[in-house]
Ligand binder design. Structure first.
Ligand SMILES: [Zn+2]
Length: 522
């Protein structure tokens, strides 16, 4: 009789759950105490109870050999022995176990189990992971292999560690890794200097500060790339700035605002590409899990920084950062356009002989060499001053009119996100108990996972805009003079779509503000 028949028959089998977490591995894998190992056993029990419920089987006994090795033939596992006895006497009609290697690690023990199942075809026995069905001869062969093979052990240790770390992450417990940028060696208290530099940089990114600039500034402050052995051999000892990707990874690290992350070992292996850590925030009940360390920035600040970097990456991918838009040397290049032909104006230096060189330096011009009409030129600094003044005036005006109840609420989707997590569990339960096909389960799960990813993204976007609304404008007014041209330009472009420079006729005339038209973004 196959387990499915048993599940659907009138008398569901009474089964035992066999629980065991191996010896000291849990501690090695990062558990802080035996209490957690106990929880690990409890987690096994949860899974197996869910499995029994899904199959419609009754749980009649729980066998718990926690902290008892199964590899030592001199050690008797009391509950294991009891389970054999109960199977033989019919007290239970089957077993559920987490994985073959939880139930048996010695050939002898595996053979004793198999013997009972061979003798009694009515017994049921399934593993939660590893796909073993003891009621089938092939299943018993698999059981023997999984229980005793060395290679399998390595694989399953990894699997258990991964599951365990994920659970620890959900609880907000850290697992070992090198000291993260911004924190002291205890990984909990913040590093006074690094944390300040990290916070400053994070807050500057949404305003247009580039990673390249941060990289340069940090290098001047003494943050250096750790030289590899290969690099040392090739170039000798020399100071190098942190890689672009390293600085980016530091800035978008969810840890900075206290969020717990969990990166599966398999992802960590691929060292060629740095993972985008915002995708690995651990959520529980729809909300990010907060770790026990001191945060360096607020979740809003972190989200705003992540959004800004993400948007830039996407624009770059789509090729939207056109050459004349990326010039950060001049405030209005790519923003100012020719009033005659609408072609973007280019900053253009006067020749050193010209008296205007001394006075203004450069002008904005519609250059026919680039494809414009050549009909408009205007001195640079006066247009810039005019546009800056108009922009700041507009910012002050809009600040006065922001209503309090306009506040963004980033938690609007939390309930749905939590719901989705539950729905995914339910689908999985239905699949396990074979009430739906694997294909159908995958369809449903993929749909739910996509929705969840979208909502998490949306949450982050909302958080970013909340911050912008609350602090962006006041900060902008306070800090404007300290901003680099790139930062000023970035902010300007949020509100100003274009600056149209109308022709002012032939000959030298004084700068006329009336001929500058500002087109505001709506
Ligand atoms: Zn033109």
């Amino acid at each position: 009789m196959s387990p499915r028949d048993a599940a659907t028959s009138a008398n569901p089998p009474v089964v035992g759950l066999y629980l065991r977490v191996s010896e000291d591995k849990s501690l090695k894998a990062g558990a802080a105490s035996w209490r957690e190992v106990g929880e690990e056993v409890a987690a096994q029990q949860d899974e197996l109870e869910g499995m029994a419920a899904g199959l419609g089987w009754t749980v009649g006994a729980i066998y718990n050999d926690n902290n008892t090795p199964a590899t030592d033939p001199f050690i008797v596992r009391k509950d294991f022995e009891q389970s054999l006895l109960d199977l033989e006497t019919g007290t239970i009609q089957g077993l559920l176990f987490y994985h073959s290697d939880r139930l048996a690690r010695l050939e002898y023990d595996a053979a004793r189990i198999n013997r009972l199942y061979q003798m009694n075809a009515k017994l049921v026995g399934l593993s939660f992971s590893g796909g073993v069905d003891l009621s089938q001869p092939e299943g018993r062969a698999m059981f023997m292999m999984q229980a005793t093979m060395g290679g399998m052990e390595v694989a399953s240790t990894k699997r258990r560690t991964t599951r365990k770390n994920k659970r620890l992450a959900e609880k907000g417990v850290m697992h070992g890794a090198p000291r993260p940028f911004g924190w002291a060696d205890d990984r909990e208290t913040i590093h006074p200097v690094e944390s300040k530099d990290l916070a400053d940089a994070t807050r500057a990114v949404p305003g247009g500060k580039k990673i390249g600039t941060i990289r340069k500034e940090w290098f001047e402050k003494g943050y250096q790339k750790k030289q590899t052995k290969k690099g040392l051999e090739r170039y000798g000892e020399r100071a190098m700035p942190l890689d672009h990707s390293t600085v980016e990874a530091i800035l978008v690290n969810p840890r900075n605002c206290g969020y717990m992350t969990y990166l599966p070992q398999s992802e960590r292996r691929d060292s060629k590409k740095k993972p985008w850590m915002p995708d690995y925030v651990v959520y529980k009940d729809g909300k990010p899990v907060i770790g026990p360390w001191q945060p360096i920035v607020t979740p809003d600040e972190w989200a705003a920084c992540v959004e800004a970097i993400k948007t830039r990456k996407e624009r770059r991918k789509k090729g939207l950062n056109k050459p004349h838009e990326t010039s950060d040397k001049y405030l209005l290049s790519g923003v100012a356009r020719c009033g005659k032909c609408m072609f973007p104006l280019t900053a253009n230096w006067y020749s050193k002989q010209s008296p205007s060189y001394e006075r203004y330096g450069y002008r904005y011009a519609c250059l026919s060499t680039l494809g414009g009409c050549g009909g408009v030129t205007r001195v640079g600094p006066p247009i810039e001053e005019l546009v800056e003044a108009a922009f700041l005036e507009e910012v002050r005006r809009s600040l006065g009119s922001v209503a309090k109840d306009d506040e963004v609420d980033e938690t609007v989707h939390d309930e749905r996100i939590a719901e989705i997590e539950q729905e995914i569990d339910e689908v999985n339960e239905r699949r396990k108990s074979k009430r739906i096909t694997l294909t159908r389960a995958l369809d449903l799960m993929e749909e739910l996972e996509t929705e969840r990813a979208e909502l998490r993204d949306e949450r982050q976007r909302l958080m970013a805009s909340k911050l912008q609304q609350k602090t962006e404008y006041p900060t902008l007014l306070r800090e404007w003079e300290k901003y680099s041209i790139a930062e000023k330009k970035y902010r300007l472009k949020q509100d100003i779509r274009a600056v149209i420079v109308h022709p002012q006729g032939r000959g030298r005339r004084p700068f006329n503000p009336e001929l500058i038209e500002i087109e505001w973004s709506t």
